[in-house]
Write a protein that binds this ligand. Structure first.
Ligand SMILES: [Zn+2]
Length: 150
């Protein structure tokens, strides 16, 4: 099928307003490198889509549990040094976050050690350890068990 210029324009417009088009736009936006550092970097397409899905569905901040609104909108929080995903947060919590990431998503510096935090279907889970290597293993096991089996 050959489209005229006008038809092509309409087609593109329609696509960008569709759920899939919106998702692609948002993900492309997250991937953009900025003056602050890296954009979001994931291993594969599925991981970007998973983060988008989480961003889309969650109505409350994963940190402070406040409902998102026009003044305190939802943000995809990631580490600007590594590009790795951390959490979906409200704007206010996102601004408070420093780049104190371990470089591993959901693990950040806390007191004298490291804190792994994840919210799955509204249930918050956290684990503190002074041993980063232990936490990395713990995260893999925990997410294997609960994150991809729901
Ligand atoms: Zn918050």
């Amino acid at each position: 099928m050959v489209m005229t210029k006008e038809e092509r324009k309409q087609y593109n417009k329609k696509y960008h307003q569709s759920p899939k088009g919106k998702m692609c736009n948002k993900i492309a936006n997250w991937k953009q490198k900025t003056k602050n550092g890296y954009g979001l970097i994931c291993e594969n397409k599925g991981e970007y889509e998973y983060i988008y899905d989480r961003w889309l569905r969650y109505e409350r901040c994963e940190e402070c549990s406040k409902k998102y609104n026009e003044d305190n909108w939802k943000c995809m929080d990631h580490c600007h040094l590594t590009g790795l995903f951390r959490d979906i947060l409200c704007h206010s919590c996102n601004m408070k976050r420093q780049d104190n990431s371990s470089g591993i998503s959901n693990i950040s510096k806390h007191n004298n050690g490291w804190l792994y935090q994840i919210t799955i279907k509204g249930n918050k889970h956290s684990k503190y350890s002074k041993d980063l290597e232990f936490l990395k293993e713990y995260k893999i096991e925990y997410e294997k068990k609960y994150l991809y089996n729901i």
